[in-house]
Write a protein that binds this ligand. Structure first.
Ligand code: F6R
Length: 614
């Protein structure tokens, strides 16, 4: 939610900020804005809509500056218009701020400031914060850094902020709590600040990830200074970035989403790299090694996540119960954190998050940690907050996912969950040696089978053309493919704005069957596994009511082919691995339908990639 980018150095800030904002647009695209200092003026340029609108707006304007801050917004407080766009000025207009997060006590702070003569232009919590900081500067007669520190002790909520001051065009002050912030240490004393490393990576690979309640004083040509809000000095820890520039560019694809769908043979392989040795019969996840005994002895596993990651968690439930015989519960992080859950020291929590920044998942982790549970993270973004808050974990290594709709992150999460369940299950003696060996061999073959699956793209595009104007879709699956049905429906909803619902196939006759008529397309997973015959019966029930059937079947299937309107074949695999294949045509279907309907696939309306608000 909201992207932040900032620069100070000897180069022109404007192009760095604009390019950075475009990279961060996936975090929100309601409005964008920049602040630049030149000739002793602090100028703000902001515009509702995407960064392209801001670029048009700044054409011909004075944008020469070697310091600047930029923001792309996902609206929380206040409508997505020009006024509420960031940056915001302080009362004197000497300071400007950009902010990602929510100041929860902004209303009471605003009331006090109004009583002291402050007037506000916007409806945002952010404007309140910068007014408060300046107010403290004057009232307490302290410098800007100290005023920021005092103010941050007064605010409740989440923030990643960067502030610049007209009085000092070589300095930026940055701070964070619960929202991410990374500082790039460039060459010759230049610095970059951003919500994630994507705007930084082409300039420097040396970065410092700020921790919660840390304040950075970033001055051109000087060493980076860090303090915390208790005023203790901290030595910055400079790390080297691992991401490559190519991974955050479209590489010839029309959309990031399509590129990411096509990357899955590689991203799944990368999730297994160094962890799976079929010949030696070894699965080894270094990140959880020290906690494996604890997991094996767990009373139960609770998986917490949101959205697509929650769907991966549901696949995880089937995997863990099947392969380890440890009871599993899967919880929406947003519900779990607020319902006073029963958690004890023998529980193991698995938190799944692509971004590693999702506010509800983070809060669920903190709650479970307080109650003594062991927390394992499955995150994609290296160094993200969740990955640092957990006791141990395994990265998915899917590479940056830029498209707002999650695709390769889902299959990578399922891959890591599979590896974990296999490793624990085998060590625990819950699966036989022969089954273990078979599953390792099959898992190793999955990237090749995904590659094969992607060849069905032409056929999926053809099917998409037929159904692109439908108003509703039903998705059905059983067992391991029930979560895939949920995920397929979510993908279609979020990028094509078509209403879609996922159901366990057998539940259809308990209600949703009433919806079936000749205008209702039904996407059903009917692969040759445990419940195959039952799914075939479910398909017959739909057929009898004139529903249109798109079936995902195992290669060579004839029974479903005879009754379905369209079939998409997947290569044969084990039941527990099938979600890694069946999810691919669902991703492609939603992608093509959305493109055909003229939707913005990579940046669907109202959404943001990283949900750092509750
Ligand atoms: C859907 C999607 C979202 C995310 C959810 C959790 O395509 O991307 O539903 O899965 O917001 O995000 P992470 O995984 O970053 O915690």
């Amino acid at each position: 939610m909201c992207g932040i980018v900032a620069y100070v150095g000897d180069n022109e800030a404007y192009p760095i900020l604009i390019k950075g904002l475009k990279r961060l647009e996936y975090r929100g695209y309601d409005s964008s804005g920049i602040a630049l200092i030149n000739n002793n003026n602090l100028n703000l340029y902001k515009k509702q809509g995407k960064v392209i609108e801001l670029e048009k707006f700044t054409e011909g304007k004075d944008i020469v500056s070697t310091i600047g801050i930029g923001h792309t917004r996902w609206a929380t407080h206040g409508a997505p218009n020009d006024i509420n766009a960031h940056p915001h000025y302080s009362k004197s207009k000497n300071l400007a701020i950009i902010h990602n997060g929510i100041i929860e006590n902004y209303a009471s702070l605003k009331k006090e400031l109004i009583q002291r003569g402050h007037e506000f232009e916007s409806d945002t919590d952010t404007e309140v914060l910068i007014h408060l900081i300046e107010d403290i500067q004057y009232v307490a007669k302290v410098d800007l850094v100290e005023a920021v520190r005092i103010a941050l002790n007064e605010v409740i909520g989440a923030y990643a902020i960067v502030i610049i001051s007209k009085d000092n065009p070589n300095v930026m002050i940055a701070a964070k709590k619960s929202s991410p912030l990374v500082i790039g240490v460039g060459h010759h004393g230049e610095y970059f600040v951003a919500s994630d490393a994507t705007p930084i990576v082409e300039y420097t690979k040396n970065v410092v990830y700020l921790d919660d309640e840390q304040i950075a004083v970033i001055e051109k040509g000087k060493d980076l200074r860090l303090i915390n809000i208790k005023n203790q000095e901290i030595t910055p820890y400079i790390q080297e970035l691992e991401i490559q520039l190519e991974t955050i560019e479209k590489g010839g694809y029309e959309h990031f989403m399509l590129k990411e769908i096509y990357e899955q043979p590689t991203s799944i392989k990368n999730s297994m790299r160094g962890r799976l040795d079929v010949n030696k019969g070894i699965v080894s996840l270094g990140g959880i090694r020290d906690y494996e005994q604890k997991i094996m002895n767990a009373n139960r596993i609770i998986i917490v996540a949101c959205g697509t990651s929650w769907h991966a968690g549901l696949v995880g439930e089937y995997l863990f119960e099947d392969l380890t015989r440890i009871p599993v519960e899967v919880e929406y992080a947003s519900e779990f954190r607020y319902r006073n859950p029963i958690i004890n020291e023998n529980d193991v929590i698995i938190a799944i998050s692509q971004s590693g920044e999702t506010a509800d998942t983070l809060a669920a982790i903190k709650l479970a940690k307080e109650k003594g549970a062991t927390i394992i993270g499955i995150c994609n973004v290296v160094g993200s907050t969740i990955s640092r808050e957990t006791h141990c974990g395994s990265y998915t290594h899917a590479g940056p996912e830029i498209g707002v709709a999650s695709t390769k992150a889902f299959t990578a999460q399922v891959t890591v969950l599979t590896l974990m369940a296999l490793s624990i299950g085998y060590k625990k003696g819950a699966i036989s040696d022969s089954k273990y060996r078979l599953l390792l061999t099959e898992l190793d073959a999955i990237p090749g089978k995904v590659e094969q699956m992607l060849k069905s793209d032409i056929q999926v595009k053809y099917i998409s053309e037929i159904f692109k104007d439908s108003s509703n879709f039903l998705y059905l699956g059983r067992g391991y493919n029930f979560p895939v049905a949920l995920e397929g429906a979510l993908k279609l909803k979020e990028i094509s704005y078509i209403h879609a619902e996922g159901y366990p196939a057998a539940e259809m006759k308990h209600g949703p069957i009433a919806l079936i008529d000749e205008d209702m397309p039904l996407v059903v997973v009917a692969t040759k596994h445990g419940n195959y015959e039952k799914v075939v019966s479910n398909i017959e029930e739909v057929k009898a009511r004139s529903g249109k059937i798109i079936a995902i079947v195992t290669e060579g299937d004839t029974e479903v082919k005879a009754i379905a309107d369209h079939i998409i074949e997947i290569p044969a695999t084990e039941d527990c691995l099938s979600p890694l294949l069946t999810s691919i045509p669902m991703q492609l279907l939603s992608y093509h339908i959305a493109v055909m309907r003229g939707c913005n696939v990579d940046q669907p309306r109202n959404l943001a990639k990283s949900v750092t608000v509750e």
